[in-house]
Design a binder for this molecule. Structure first.
Ligand SMILES: CSC[C@H]1O[C@@H](n2cnc3c(O)ncnc32)[C@H](O)[C@@H]1O
Ligand SMILES: [Zn+2]
Length: 430
């Protein structure tokens, strides 16, 4: 058996406690063999974690990873104008190569900030799959289908592409890649297409992922036309099952929160995107209190503008308190749970917990830094003070993706060079 040992660190356990322990990993199986302070097994490779916290890899539960190429483009606009005036026209000029390069750039950024798994909605998905396979992360990917402005044939073609991609790539990268059918949102995809895509996906055991209740502009037209709330509409369409997950859930009322809790549908909270686009404040504490599975995502880099889940945790805690008008709301332990186990559960991937027999998806965070001193309350520091750049090692599926801040699976500087060139060419074309 090929083994990896993470030595001399403190380990964050699923119940939120921290203990001095080593972690022994079976690299053949990609799982955790043992956690303890008195392990006597020798390992084939060791990773030093002295002065570090060994924690579950972060799970970015909603992203458009290739949008890293659009970072800093079209800032300071609300969602509809941002998408329609800037983002969609530019995305129309993206080539498959651009999507691959943008994905690799985003994956380097994720690895460097301790993210080991993510959910991604985009197009040219085979390119995203290839990038994930090479980078070594875990992902649930899908083709985002939009039907507004299309004739019936084009609309169904887009839906079919989403279904085909989900069928073709499920289980890719030795099982690290899973898929979902991804209609973009309840307002950008027509009713018959939402119903058809969902029925077909569920018949084949494929989950559905979509944007919902992000802005009032996504709620009001549905209420006006149908006299029902968006998530009641989603339920009618069969889109609220325990396997499905939606992004945002900002403007949800109490009845919608109950629907989510009863159905077991995951909600991915994207605090930075919600603040930057001024979409609103999600009632995260109310959703947690009701028993909704809540994860955390960055959304794309054009509405964030980074993919650092430590930033996202801090944002989630801050805006969660404001939204609840209560400083005790969305406390640090809850935020960590959302960004790890909550996200993993919402998107239906393993991980988010360090436990024997579980997947070895791990981030090792170095606390030997002025902004993390004194290291008296590591759980607090993770949410309120840590940055992605404090991550020292990243491991996914038992494989070391970053050792001592050197990314091993992708060539960081070559990826950055290619991203600069691709972006320049894109803006000349678009
Ligand atoms: C059709 S692929 C996915 C699609 O979603 C767009 N997008 C990025 N961020 C958001 C957001 O916050 N709400 C809705 N849509 C978003 C992205 O640009 C792609 O076009
Ligand atoms: Zn999104």
């Amino acid at each position: 058996m090929d083994t990896l040992r993470i030595t001399d660190g403190q380990v964050l356990r699923p119940d939120g406690t921290v203990e001095d322990a080593d972690v022994l990993v079976d690299r053949d199986e990609g799982t955790i063999l043992d956690i303890g302070s008195d392990l006597d097994a020798e390992a084939d490779e060791t990773l030093d974690a002295e002065g570090c916290l060994v924690m579950p890899g972060l799970v970015n539960a909603h992203c458009h990873v290739s949008m890293t190429l659009l970072r800093g483009y079209a800032d300071d606009k609300p969602l509809d104008a941002w998408l329609q005036e800037d983002i969609w026209p530019t995305e129309a000029a993206l080539t498959p190569d651009d999507v691959r390069i943008g994905a690799e750039l985003g994956l380097v950024e994720m690895i460097k900030s301790g993210t080991t798994a993510f959910a991604d909605m985009y197009f040219h998905v085979p390119e995203v799959v290839a990038a994930v396979e090479k980078a070594g992360l875990r992902a649930r990917v899908g083709h985002g289908a939009v039907t507004i402005g299309k004739d019936d044939e084009d609309a169904w073609d887009d839906i079919e592409e989403s279904l085909d991609v989900a069928r073709e790539f499920d289980g890719a990268a030795d099982g690290r890649i899973r898929t979902a059918v991804m209609p973009h949102s309840l307002t950008t995809v027509g009713e018959e297409y939402l119903r058809g895509a969902t029925e077909e996906a569920h018949d084949e055991g494929i989950p559905v992922h979509y944007h919902a209740n992000e802005t009032t502009n996504e709620v009001d037209p549905i209420v006006d036309e149908r006299d029902e709330r968006p998530l009641a509409y989603a339920q009618d369409l069969g889109m609220l099952t325990a396997d499905d997950f939606l992004a945002h859930g900002v403007h949800v009322d109490d009845e919608e929160i109950s629907l989510l809790a009863d159905a077991g549908t995951g909600v991915v909270h994207c605090p930075a995107s919600n603040m930057k686009l001024a979409s609103g404040m999600a009632p995260v504490q109310a959703m947690l209190d009701a028993g909704v599975t809540v994860g955390i995502g960055t959304d794309g880099a054009a509405s964030n503008n980074d993919l650092d889940m430590f930033d996202e945790m801090r944002d989630a805690a801050m805006i969660g308190k404001l939204a609840a008008d209560d400083a005790s709301a969305v406390a640090a332990p809850d935020v960590i749970r959302m960004a790890t186990a909550g996200s993993a559960e919402a998107i239906g991937l393993p991980g988010g917990k360090l436990e024997v027999g579980g997947v070895a998806d791990i981030a090792v965070v170095d606390f030997d830094a002025p902004h993390l001193t004194p290291a008296t309350n590591l759980v607090s520091h993770l949410v309120y003070a840590t940055r992605g750049s404090d991550v020292r090692h990243t491991i996914c599926d038992g494989q070391v993706l970053m050792r001592d801040r050197e990314v091993l699976t992708l060539d960081e500087s070559a990826v950055m060079d290619r991203a600069r060139e691709a972006t320049e060419a894109l803006h000349e074309r678009a």
